[in-house]
Design a binder for this molecule. Structure first.
Ligand SMILES: C[S@@+](CC[C@H](N)C(=O)[O-])C[C@H]1O[C@@H](n2cnc3c(N)ncnc32)[C@H](O)[C@@H]1O
Length: 202
């Protein structure tokens, strides 16, 4: 797999996030057997597949801005009645008041210039998988402002970050917004240091 189909291929960051969810599987299954799960930016669908297997009695929704990603994820998960698929930007498909027990996002985190990010946002193609703007934080910061309204009070959110995204700054910001944040996984991928952070309300 190399993205030739227009969808971000499952990569080291994908597997890091899956490993983090599997490490927490007992906790997630126990706490959220009847909840609603959400993957923002499902790409090839492998994270959504793993999440829906972990919380198999809950309903999971997979979203992406890239239509090819939504189609691919739907193909991977066809037959699973507890999973649904939505083509949308971030949380735009959801009315205020809807609450998810689990939210996961492996975001576009690669630092790019503003033009590249703008092109990615307009094209909604595979470039939206990585183009993250300044410090790779532009999409991440929008997500961090928005997820708060959609996470259930006892819910958890998992986010993949790169060292260049300044995870410590992200943690401090989330702490100020009332969240406890733990680094549940970290791994070197080539020259990059990847993290998975878990957010819960204090
Ligand atoms: C790094 S890829 C991760 C894909 C997949 N979750 C994985 O882990 O392999 C980021 C994904 O987020 C999607 N994406 C980017 N911006 C988005 C937004 N504003 N709303 C929803 N999805 C977005 C991209 O199209 C891409 O599929």
């Amino acid at each position: 797999m190399d993205g030739a189909d227009g969808v971000y291929p499952a990569s080291e960051d994908t597997y890091l996030l899956i490993d983090a969810l599997q490490q927490d599987a007992e906790f997630l299954r126990h706490r959220f057997s009847k909840g609603l799960g959400l993957e923002v930016g499902c790409g090839s669908g492998e994270v959504s597949e793993a999440l829906s297997k972990i919380i198999e009695t809950a309903v999971c929704i997979s979203t992406d801005v890239n239509p090819l990603a939504v189609i691919k994820t739907r193909g991977l998960l066809k037959g699973r009645t507890s999973v649904d698929f939505v083509l949308c930007d971030m949380f735009s498909a959801f009315k205020p008041g809807i609450q998810f027990e689990i939210i996961v996002f492996n975001p576009p985190y690669v630092p790019t210039d503003d033009n590249e990010l703008q092109r990615a946002l307009e094209s909604r193609d595979i470039s939206a998988s990585w183009a993250g703007g300044r410090e790779g934080r532009q999409v991440i910061d929008i997500f961090l402002d928005e997820f708060i309204r959609f996470l259930a009070k006892d819910g958890v959110m998992y986010l993949v970050l790169l060292e260049a995204n300044k995870p410590i700054e992200v943690i401090e910001k989330a702490n100020r917004a009332g969240f406890l944040v733990r680094t549940v996984m970290k791994r070197k991928a080539g020259i990059e240091q990847l993290y998975v952070l878990r957010f819960q309300q204090k």
